[in-house]
Write a protein that binds this ligand. Structure first.
Ligand SMILES: [Zn+2]
Length: 440
């Protein structure tokens, strides 16, 4: 069991919330006619009118596209594409076919009023005619799993051909980091679906056994997480299984080092409404590492990720990472029968060699680039287990929720005082002794 576990101990990336700025709905156009004082004004009016007209026409193209995807109307979908862009049309139709089995409850686009990128832009001159590349946001829901739509930014280029607006590209800005179309599993090939009692697993053909195994393991993880966290969460999870680590990186839109990571939990944290809940919770597996895990390793990884999904509401961006990851590992390892020394192999070696940790792992210690990433997870697991040893699992969850609800730089102080009667300094001292006692 110990050998089977070696090599997967650092298996996860911090839940990366991404903030999406949504396109705002159109303001109603003013109906009062404006007096035309001079030619300049008249020209400005006409530019304004054309921009409004262009936006209306392009929004209609996106509406047709969205409806075609929802109703599986391939001809209508293809009819929104510029036939002269052969490679783009081929990729788009492949995407349309790829998404066929994905259970969608909704799919629509919101268009922004972004006027910066038209045919005058150096990026769009190649179209030799009217062109526009506004910011758009795709909003979609997975049936039975997403309570609210999740958002994905899209940067389509629209061109006008014989008076009709058509979609010509979605990657005209290769060197502009904030104008990259979000990619999902269906951009990388057909999607196969495995459905469990409490799980939806999306992957590619040829991996049916792996997808079924993940569905089974995720179904088993849900009650384990509920046993600790309680019932106040959706109690279901979506797992995405890319074909390669490269595909995983493209879906995450992230150049982080993923080589030590077996899975990631992500969600969108809508930044526009106060009190809004994270949406689009997804567990995304790193297939290169996940496939190498045995049954126990897969169990720990998926339970860990599902813990993130369950606790996301209380895991705001300011909750210390050691607490977020420590809780996920605490639940992940629960019931596996593994000892502290088996779980904390790297840290145990250091402690035995007299290298004792002096401070709790910092947020940046959980970076995929950290050579001591395993030690960060192990220290975090020990910190959370120490809390559970002292005040029980219900106390641990109450403490976690209190930290999630607190604000400010010193957000640990009050919850630590209320739950454990310790100052942050005394907590660190207690943890340092606990690490030595458990691992020496
Ligand atoms: Zn984690």
């Amino acid at each position: 069991m110990r050998a089977a576990l070696a090599g997967f101990l650092a298996f996860e990336l911090l839940a990366a919330g991404f903030l999406v700025t949504a396109g705002r709905p159109d303001r109603p156009a003013t109906t009062a006619p404006q007096p035309r004082r001079d030619a300049t004004r008249s020209k400005a009016d006409s530019v304004e009118r054309e921009a409004r007209e262009r936006k209306r026409a392009v929004a209609a193209v996106l509406d047709v596209r969205a409806r075609a995807i929802r109703t599986r109307d391939r001809n209508a979908f293809a009819g929104t594409l510029d036939p002269t862009q052969v490679a783009f049309v081929t990729r788009q139709v492949a995407m349309f076919d790829a998404i066929r089995k994905v259970p969608l409850a909704s799919w629509r686009y919101d268009l922004s009023d972004d006027r910066d990128f038209t045919q005058e832009s150096s990026y769009l001159r190649k179209y030799r005619g009217e062109a526009w590349a506004p910011r758009a946001v795709l909003r979609y829901q997975l049936e039975g799993f997403d309570d609210a739509p999740t958002a994905a930014e899209q940067f389509f280029t629209f061109v006008r051909r014989d008076g009709r607006w058509l979609t010509a590209s979605d990657d005209d800005f290769p060197d502009v980091s904030d104008r990259q179309t979000a990619r999902d599993l269906w951009d990388f090939g057909p999607v196969e679906v495995a459905t469990g009692a409490r799980s939806l697993v999306l992957g590619h053909p040829g991996h049916a056994a792996l997808l079924r195994d993940i569905a089974r393991q995720t179904d088993a993880a849900v009650p384990r997480v509920t046993a600790v966290w309680g019932t106040a969460w959706a109690r279901r999870a979506v797992v995405v299984v890319p074909r390669t680590q490269r595909e995983l990186a493209a879906i995450l839109g992230d150049s982080t080092d993923l080589s030590k990571i077996a899975a990631v939990a992500v969600a969108e944290l809508p930044g526009d409404a106060t009190g809004s809940h994270p949406v689009g919770n997804r567990v995304i597996v790193n297939p290169d590492n996940f496939r190498r895990l045995g049954t126990n390793g897969r169990r720990v990884v998926l339970t860990h990720e599902v813990t993130h999904v369950a606790s996301r509401d209380s895991s705001g961006a300011d909750v210390p990472t050691w607490l977020v990851e420590g809780l996920a590992d605490y639940v992940g390892y629960l019931g596996t029968g593994l000892s502290a020394k088996a779980i904390c192999q790297e840290l145990a070696v250091e402690v035995r060699n007299g290298r004792r940790p002096t401070a709790l792992p910092t947020d940046s210690d959980f970076s995929g680039r950290n050579d001591r990433l395993a030690q960060a997870y192990e220290g975090a697991w020990l910190a959370v287990r120490m809390i559970a040893d002292r005040i029980g699992e219900r106390g641990l969850v109450a403490f976690y929720r209190a930290v999630g609800a607190a604000s400010g730089k010193d957000r640990l102080r009050e919850p630590l005082a209320a739950s454990l009667h310790l100052t942050p300094q005394a907590f660190t001292t207690a943890w340092r002794s606990y690490v030595v006692e458990q691992l020496a």
